[in-house]
Design a protein around this ligand. Structure first.
Ligand SMILES: *Cc1c(COP(=O)(O)O)cnc(C)c1O
Length: 393
């Protein structure tokens, strides 16, 4: 018997009562015509806003030529995007995926295979941090470890241990020759826009260098220009051995990537990993265009400038509404408002003002606007947030 009351979409999301028909830059247009200022960017995905003409052109041009061939063949757009990523980062090599979660899966497999091939297969433990988010697969929830992600899904994958976020002494004590790798988001997204101070990132690099452990950065949310540098770790002047990228890199088309140094990647020989869709011609045509626009130093400088302006405005907002906003966090156009009311109340009040924002853990509201947002649109966003705050106790 079919259960007619059970929703046709698995109810794992508490969705807002909105459905959008179109997007234009930073605006989302509801089916009924209402225009919403989109400070979510599809959770940091639509880095260049909605319906960016250059991305529409890249996608439609490729769509008229070739959609998919599989990785049995060379894919010129994939090679172009990989070369651009290698040219602009620490990495020697790139593997393309469809999501951040799959990028995490490869980061874990690459780590294990590295130590296996190095003749030290017992070196398996990957250290992660409280409040982390690396995706929803078994490896990803086992890495992050929080009960919110793992409850009811055991047995978890062995080989992960979580440490307190930003506590260098605990890390130093934990770092020995059994640690295969350390994985960290330079700025936690889902965890509540919590930035790891530059000194901690430097300390992490030094600790990994001391023991030989691989350092993995998860830049799925904080990367691709979001902070005003191409990748957030550039602010600290340290580089990882492996890095996960997704969200913004596809501009809305599903695309992720695992970047690595030759040292970390060398054990991943032919046949050790694969994907049907990852890096397909459609995704890479869009990704290459996103990369061309975002990696431009002038574009990144603008993101940093707009981020600083947003920060100043949000500090003013917090000062005007201390009963609603307790603290402003973030870097560039990755902003967090630590709330003094339930964060979902502020998200709902903002939605009433036709502004869309994303809740995060630690009672934070995230603002992740398209990187193309204008100064006027940022000012409009803060005006709407100000009105939303006024409606809250
Ligand atoms: C979103 C996210 C992921 C997972 O990416 P998906 O594309 O949803 O699989 C992993 N890490 C971080 C930091 C993220 O923000």
């Amino acid at each position: 018997m079919k259960d007619a009351d059970f929703p046709p979409i698995l109810p794992t999301y508490a969705r807002a009562p909105l459905a959008f028909a179109r997007g234009e830059g930073v605006w989302l247009i509801e089916r009924d015509g209402r225009r919403f200022l989109d400070m979510t960017s599809g959770i940091g995905v639509n880095a260049l806003g909605h319906a960016h003409p250059a991305l529409v052109a890249a996608l439609t041009e490729q769509a008229g030529k070739l959609w998919h061939t599989s990785n049995l063949f060379n894919i010129p757009a994939q090679e172009a995007l990989a070369t651009a990523l290698v040219d602009h980062t620490f990495a020697d090599t790139v593997f393309f995926t469809n999501s951040g979660t799959e990028a995490l899966e490869l980061a874990v497999k690459m780590t294990r295979r590295h130590w296996h091939t190095a003749g030290d297969p017992a070196r398996q433990t990957i250290l992660a941090f409280d409040g982390a988010f690396h995706g929803r697969s078994m490896a990803a929830i086992s890495a992050a470890g929080s009960a919110k992600l793992t409850a009811g899904f055991g047995p978890l994958l062995p080989g992960f241990r979580q440490l307190p976020f930003g506590d260098h002494e605990t890390l130093e004590a934990a770092m020995d020759e059994t640690i295969a790798a350390v994985i960290v988001e330079p700025i936690q997204g889902e965890g509540g826009i919590r930035a790891l101070p530059d000194a901690c990132l430097k300390g992490l690099r030094a600790a990994c260098d001391r023991t030989g452990a691989l350092l993995i950065f998860d830049e799925v949310q904080c990367g691709m220009g979001r902070t005003g540098r191409l990748f957030a770790h550039e602010w600290a002047g340290v580089t990882p051995d492996i890095m996960m990228v997704a969200k913004g890199i596809g501009g809305g088309f599903p695309l992720g990537a695992t970047l690595a140094t030759a040292r970390a990647a060398r054990a991943m020989t032919a046949g050790t990993h694969g994907t049907t869709y990852g890096g397909n011609p459609l995704a890479c045509a869009v990704g290459a265009k996103v990369m061309e626009i975002v990696a431009d130093p002038g574009f990144l400088a603008e993101v940093a400038r707009k981020g600083a302006a947003l920060r100043q405005k949000l500090e003013g907002l917090a000062a005007a509404h201390p009963q609603v906003i307790a603290e402003v966090r973030g870097e560039g156009l990755m902003a967090g408002l630590k709330c003094a009311v339930p964060n979902t109340d502020l998200v709902a009040a903002a939605r009433d003002q036709h502004l869309l924002a994303v809740p995060a853990a630690d009672n934070v509201v995230r603002l992740l606007p398209p990187l193309t947002i204008t100064g006027d649109e940022l000012a409009e966003a803060v005006t709407r947030l100000d009105r939303a705050c006024t409606t809250l106790p």
